[in-house]
Design a protein around this ligand. Structure first.
Ligand code: MCN
Length: 823
């Protein structure tokens, strides 16, 4: 089912919340009217380019900038010592901080410009500022760096084994942290008593975000006032302002960070990088505006990649196929330095989701964070939760196969029961609400599961291999409350803030501290505020992404904006209505308790006296007739700090056909049934699912950052890193169920990452289901044709056949018999 967009004019005001109205931001985005950071042109603006390390790991003995400085058009060249400033530095370096600490964390210095060592290919060594972008880039080539190469590794296992050499003096053995969650002893017992166990070695590969717009920044310093404006591709301007203020030593109240239109982020524009701080620093130093725009190649080398897990996971079951235990050991790649949220991603965003949708009585997970010679690794769409969901759902399919139970039935019998909510998992978190059977049933119906299994049998007879894969995912969004986040190591609160302001003429501006970059907040936030205030949708304008306009904020990531930002807007709107109610009561000569508010009108109960909220707004600014001691004006600010995370869930099902002779995979169908609580705008929800699934399919089939033995990136361009094109993504059938969140005023859960979290394991499970007759139970992502072909042939060789026989239908049928038939 595809949802049809509605013209807001055709929707009754009372129905605006929950309607699939078209996105108001799209006309500007698709007609070139949007203004991205690189579109900004300021008088006298200079351009910055960054010289980056060619090597994955090397000592630097000398950086000769002489020739670059001589070049026409070059205004300045900076190296480590030029930007060091004792006032704001440790050990003579400006350092990039991390925003999340763990007890066992070994923090390491991350200088803005490398001091005497580079630790990944792309590490910044020097910057050139020139009159022209091309001169700046050319001049970086004229800088001579003396490198002495060191052993390097992009692989966390190898780095922990000492194959990468020692990256930092403060992190012996390249161990960034050791972390665990769950009950080890109980889990051991569960495995001792198990009737069936399965084990899975898996790699969750490194992915590069590939936002359509590369990272960029323009900084403009005003010496007269000491104000420094930074326009940048940010998902969280207030957080960037706070961190940058510390890094470059500029007072926070004189630093403005504004995100103009941002062309996608997928996580990679959350973090504080050295690059944007350098733009601000040199603009202040030169007292001229400076622009830096990452090239696509630079982005591949420096945008924080995500995932990067090497894991062994085991599932224990009793005789009836009930899951009794889960044991996980993960090595997590953190890259060369700690990025902003890096320590949280493979720990609290991962380990706490390992119960999946299942009632698992014993879980234990240990995670070792490894420093390696790749760019600092951090959140990429899903961040920790896809890794957890992938592992749990792969094990669920393997467990079903081992226990001889249909994979859908196996899941259903292990779901957390509907009456168990709120459900306390064995990995710290408490799920808010859920009815896990509902999306599963809807998905089974949509794919016509029984008929599929019959078709699959028939197809196998004809030598065609169809497969179906399930993914019953859970995610956690809106990390909260702040007190808990603080106990877990966050160095910031995770509330959200909003300001709702009536103008005297009755229109409204709603400011929110989130910072959308493609999610349609301009539309959905206006729906929320219009609904709360009972005014027309087109009378509400939404402003985000500017520290000068919005009082405070935490930004957009972790699918938190609807649940946390949206709730903050509700709170401000409600405060505003309460003030308006008092003004109305005063002017209507009634007790406020007798004044009811509905559809934008304040009415005195039992009478026909009423006043509209727009009229009250006007009165509040005229201030000619206000209640005693009440201030003029009609606006309200709120901070909303949630009681708990929200836990969206769903079932995704991929149906594929695999050609064992070529290893090619074709989609027959993809069904997504998601439960994101109440939906503010079902069309936007559907769009988020589509985009998210596309990225999840990207991970399953195409994407992956590949480094060689010297930690040189081999997939450093769109020629080599396969971002899926629209033709690679199947038509999807999207459906939903609604289980409202019980603890936020909108009853919403997040949707921005759901598809990315759900899709990879649906596809892998479908491929392994298709190849079940060949005894193939695992194929590493990305499942290229070569990997699939190899999996078929390696299994055939292991079974005693030869590779040539593997794709013979008879061999397949024999293998089918050997492995006990259908899983
Ligand atoms: N929404 C809704 N009903 C719900 C939940 C959400 O109508 N029950 C709407 C929201 O109002 C919002 C959109 O859906 O307009 C996404 O909301 P939410 O799930 O709160 O996620 P965020 O807005 O916080 O967005 C962050 C999320 C993340 S973490 C990544 S990564 C991601 C994503 O959003 N990156 C994106 N979606 C993206 N979409 C685009 N186009 N570009 C990116 O970079």
């Amino acid at each position: 089912m595809s949802i049809e967009s509605l013209d807001p004019d055709d929707v009754d005001a009372a129905d605006i919340l929950g309607s699939a109205i078209e996105r108001r931001e799209d006309p500007a985005l698709i007609t070139g009217e949007a203004e991205y950071t690189d579109d900004i042109q300021l008088p006298e603006m200079l351009h910055m380019a960054i010289l980056r390390s060619q090597h994955g790991h090397a000592e630097i003995s000398d950086v000769d900038t002489g020739a670059a400085e001589e070049m026409d058009g070059v205004v300045a060249v900076y190296t480590h010592d030029d930007v060091a400033d004792e006032a704001v530095s440790r050990d003579g370096s400006l350092l990039i901080p991390t925003g999340w600490l763990l007890d066992s964390l070994r923090q390491v210095d991350h200088p803005v410009l490398a001091k005497d060592k580079v630790r990944y290919q792309g590490d910044a060594i020097a910057v050139v500022v020139a009159e022209d972008r091309y001169v700046a880039h050319d001049a970086t080539n004229a800088i001579d760096v003396d490198y002495e190469r060191l052993d390097a590794s992009a692989d966390p296992d190898a780095a922990l084994d000492g194959e990468a050499g020692q990256l930092h003096d403060d992190a012996e053995g390249n161990v960034a942290f050791d972390w665990e969650i769950g009950d080890e002893e109980r889990t051991e017992e569960a495995f001792d008593d198990a009737a069936h166990t399965v084990s899975l070695d898996l790699e969750n590969q490194l992915l590069i975000a590939n936002a359509m717009e590369p990272r960029a920044a323009v900084a403009d310093y005003h010496p007269g006032t000491d104000e420094l404006d930074v326009f940048m591709t940010s998902q969280n301007p207030h957080l960037h302002r706070l961190l940058m203020s510390g890094v470059i030593g500029h007072p926070e109240h004189k630093l403005r960070v504004k995100a103009p239109d941002v062309g996608g982020g997928f996580g990679c524009k959350i973090h504080h990088y050295a690059d944007e701080a350098l733009v601000a620093l040199v603009a202040r130093d030169l007292e001229r505006p400076v622009k830096w725009t990452s090239t696509r190649t630079e982005g591949y080398k420096t945008d924080a990649p995500g995932r990067g897990h090497v894991t062994t996971a085991e599932l224990a079951m009793d005789d009836d196929g009930n899951i009794t235990g889960l044991r996980v050991d993960t090595k997590a790649n953190l890259g060369a330095y700690l990025s902003t949220f890096a320590p949280a991603v493979p720990t609290y965003l991962y380990g706490t989701l390992l119960s999946g949708q299942y009632d698992i009585p014993a879980i234990h997970a240990s995670v070792t964070g490894a420093y390696t010679n790749v760019p600092p690794v951090d959140a990429y769409r899903g961040a920790g939760r896809p890794e957890a969901s992938f592992l749990v759902e792969r094990l669920a399919s393997l467990g079903a196969r081992e226990a001889g139970i249909d994979p859908a039935e196996f899941r259903k019998k292990n779901f957390v029961p509907d009456n168990a909510f709120p459900y306390q998992t064995q990995v710290a978190v408490e799920y808010d609400s859920g009815e896990y059977g509902k999306p599963m049933e809807k998905a089974l119906e949509t794919v016509d599961y029984d008929a599929f299994r019959e078709r699959q049998e028939e197809a196998r007879e004809e030598g065609r291999y169809l497969g179906i894969g399930f993914s019953c995912y859970i995610e956690a969004c809106g990390l909260a409350p702040s007190e808990l986040a603080g106990q877990l190591g966050a160095q910031a609160g995770l509330w959200e803030s909003s300001l709702v302001r009536f103008h005297p003429s009755g229109t409204v501006t709603a400011f929110c501290g989130t910072s959308g970059h493609g999610q349609g907040h301009g539309t959905t936030y206006a729906q929320i505020v219009a609904n709360e205030l009972g005014i027309p949708y087109e009378d509400v304008e939404v402003v985000e992404g500017d520290t000068d306009e919005i009082p405070q904020g935490m930004g957009t990531y972790g699918s938190r904006s609807a649940a946390v930002g949206g709730s903050a807007l509700v709170k401000s709107s409600q405060k505003l209505v309460e003030k308006a109610r008092e003004i109305a009561a005063h002017q209507l000569e009634a007790d406020p308790a007798d004044v009811e508010f509905e559809g934008g009108e304040f009415g005195v109960s039992g009478t026909d006296r009423s006043l509209g909220i727009k009229e009250i707004a006007q009165q509040s600014y005229l201030a000619h007739d206000m209640p005693d001691d009440m201030e003029p004006g009609l606006e309200a600010t709120s901070f909303y700090d949630p009681d708990n995370f929200v836990f969206p869930f769903g079932t995704h099902v991929a149906v594929v056909e695999v050609d064992p002779e070529s290893g090619e995979i074709e989609f027959e169908n993809y069904v997504a049934v998601d439960d994101v609580g109440n939906q503010i705008n079902p069309k936007i929800v559907e769009g988020q699912i589509h985009g998210g699934v596309a990225q999840g399919i990207g991970q399953a089939l195409y994407e992956g950052a590949v480094y060689d033995g010297n930690a040189q990136l081999l997939t450093g361009s769109m020629q080599d890193y396969a971002v899926p094109k629209s033709l690679h993504i199947p038509d999807m059938e999207t459906e939903s169920t609604v289980t409202p969140c019980p603890h936020n005023p909108l009853g919403v859960k997040g949707v921005g990452e759901a598809g990315t979290i759900a899709a990879p394991q649906a596809v892998v499970n479908a491929v392994t289901d298709a190849l079940e007759p060949f005894g193939v139970d695992t194929v590493e992502m990305p499942m290229t044709a070569e990997r699939v072909w190899n999996a078929v042939n390696e299994q055939a060789t292991a079974d005693g056949g030869d590779a040539a026989d593997a794709t013979d239908a008879d061999t397949a049928t024999d293998a089918d018999a050997d492995t006990g038939g259908e899983n």
